[in-house]
Design a protein around this ligand. Structure first.
Ligand SMILES: NC(=O)c1ccc[n+]([C@@H]2O[C@H](COP(=O)([O-])OP(=O)(O)OC[C@H]3O[C@@H](n4cnc5c(N)ncnc54)[C@H](O)[C@@H]3O)[C@@H](O)[C@H]2O)c1
Length: 434
């Protein structure tokens, strides 16, 4: 089978590379010429563990190619995935301009039956919207079907998530389209991946509901961490005690600096917009969004509480910039908001992140970018851990202390044991622990 993926970002490239690994012939399309040139020269435009090898192997074996030319890629394919961005508009709703543009372009190249699959995260009703655009703009009266196949991969573990997903969701009206998608996903069927077949609207909503539920879980434990601080309880143990209950589960129950990234902040707000446009109030999701905004603000306030609200002349070493480990994605990363608040209070910032520094330089041009955690701490008045990269979990505390000018240690991901850090003479501050 030959397929095309329109939009070769995180989702499009991982999807394309993984399907080609399944033996399918894949053309990845993007309108960004520099991205396609980079891919053609064997480079990956972003950091994702294992992706470079996967891409280069499948390119070498002739199953994966890249182009900016949508027409031939669509004409040659039975299935066309749409994986372009759906960024938030000012009111939080998803901006569908890229999806619409791609639908129009696909329509112009529809010369035989195709299955058009939305992989981008899109509001309920987008499948029908794409159907209407294609029906209106198609060059010939060719038959086509629309499918919603939302993507659940996590950046940093994207290949594993695509190859071994918890489920595949297929929303469609046409049984023929469902059969084609099931055939495409056959390698996952063989490892007994559950496949949820439903209508398009339900599939579209499953994606927003899943991300919003996970965001609620994170905000729940973050709010609880504030109570823990007041009553002298330990949020890590509270979360452990809760998470061992099979009905609750321990995942996404880690108190910290708040959620960020390209999905949770955007998808929760988009779900709220979808609901309010239908006069439905989703109070729990609303609360999760505002608890998260508060949580991120609270991190800078923790620093002010210990070091004072005027940080003029102080230097802070911030470790971790990406919104989570194993990615260079800094979209809505808590680190960016926290650094901005510290800068506004007068602080100078020295920082280190294993892979996200190039991306951060564009939004935080006046921070000093360092070689590693220890050089970031050299001469600084405090160390602030914002992203829990593995390499920050076991720092040499003695070396860190000697590098710093003052012994302030802010651990906003609760990766250290308070007693151990304090035993080295640090003033230690974490989230939801005494
Ligand atoms: N990043 C994630 O972890 C993740 C996970 C699940 C779902 N999603 C969803 O998947 C979608 C894509 O997200 P992403 O992170 O991969 O975005 P991205 O910004 O990394 O990639 C989108 C790509 O689409 C390209 N594009 C835009 N318009 C185009 C056009 N007309 N023709 C060809 N290419 C075009 C852009 O140049 C870009 O390379 C979003 O809806 C997102 O919510 C993302």
């Amino acid at each position: 089978m030959h397929i095309a993926i329109i939009g070769t970002g995180y989702v499009g490239l991982v999807t394309g590379a993984c399907f080609s690994e399944f033996g399918v012939s894949v053309t990845c399309v993007d309108r960004d010429t520099s991205k396609i040139d980079m891919l053609k020269s064997g480079k990956i435009p972003f950091y994702e563990p294992g992706l470079e090898e996967l891409v280069s192997r499948n390119v070498r074996q002739g199953r994966l190619s890249f182009t900016t030319d949508l027409g031939p890629a669509v004409a040659d394919s039975l299935v066309v995935f749409v994986a372009v961005g759906t960024p938030p508009r000012g009111d939080g709703s998803a901006d569908l301009r890229y999806v619409d543009a791609v639908a129009r372009e696909i329509a112009g190249h529809l010369t035989s039956y195709k299955v058009i699959v939305t992989k981008s995260t899109v509001p309920v009703g987008t499948g029908e919207r794409v159907r209407a655009i294609i029906a209106e703009h198609r060059a010939e009266a060719t038959d086509f079907d629309i499918v919603s196949n939302p993507e659940f991969l996590r950046e940093g573990a994207a290949i594993e998530d695509f190859m071994r997903p918890n489920r595949v969701v297929i929303g469609a009206r046409s049984q023929q389209a469902v059969a084609i998608l099931k055939d495409l996903y056959r390698p996952l069927y063989l490892i007994e991946t559950p496949v949820v077949v439903t209508d398009i609207e339900t599939a579209e909503l499953i994606k927003y509901a899943s991300n919003s539920f996970l965001a609620v879980k994170i905000s729940f434990i973050n709010e609880l961490s504030r109570l823990c601080e007041e009553v002298g309880a330990d949020v890590k143990t509270v979360a452990k005690g809760m998470g061992l209950d099979g009905r609750i589960g321990g995942k996404f129950l880690h108190a910290g600096a708040g959620f960020g990234g390209s999905c949770f902040p955007k998808d929760t707000r988009a779900l709220l917009q979808i609901a309010s446009s239908r006069n439905v109030r989703l109070g729990i999701v609303e609360a999760a969004v505002s608890a998260n905004e508060r949580q991120i603000t609270l991190m800078a306030e923790k620093v002010f509480g210990v070091m004072g609200a005027d940080l003029t002349g102080k230097t802070l070493a911030v470790l971790g910039l990406s919104f989570k480990p194993n990615t260079d994605d800094i979209r809505e990363a808590p680190a960016i908001a926290i650094i901005s608040a510290l800068r506004a209070a007068g602080a100078n910032i020295r920082t280190y992140d294993p892979v996200a520094m190039d991306n951060a330089k564009a939004v935080l041009p006046d921070a000093a970018y360092c070689e590693d955690a220890y050089s970031a701490c050299a001469g600084a008045d405090a160390v602030v851990i914002v992203t829990e990269w593995n390499q920050f979990r076991n720092l040499d505390l003695q070396r860190l202390k000697s590098a710093l000018k003052a012994p302030f240690f802010f651990d906003f991901r609760n990766i250290y044991e308070p007693e151990k850090v304090r035993a080295h003479g640090f003033t230690y501050c974490s989230v939801g622990r005494r």
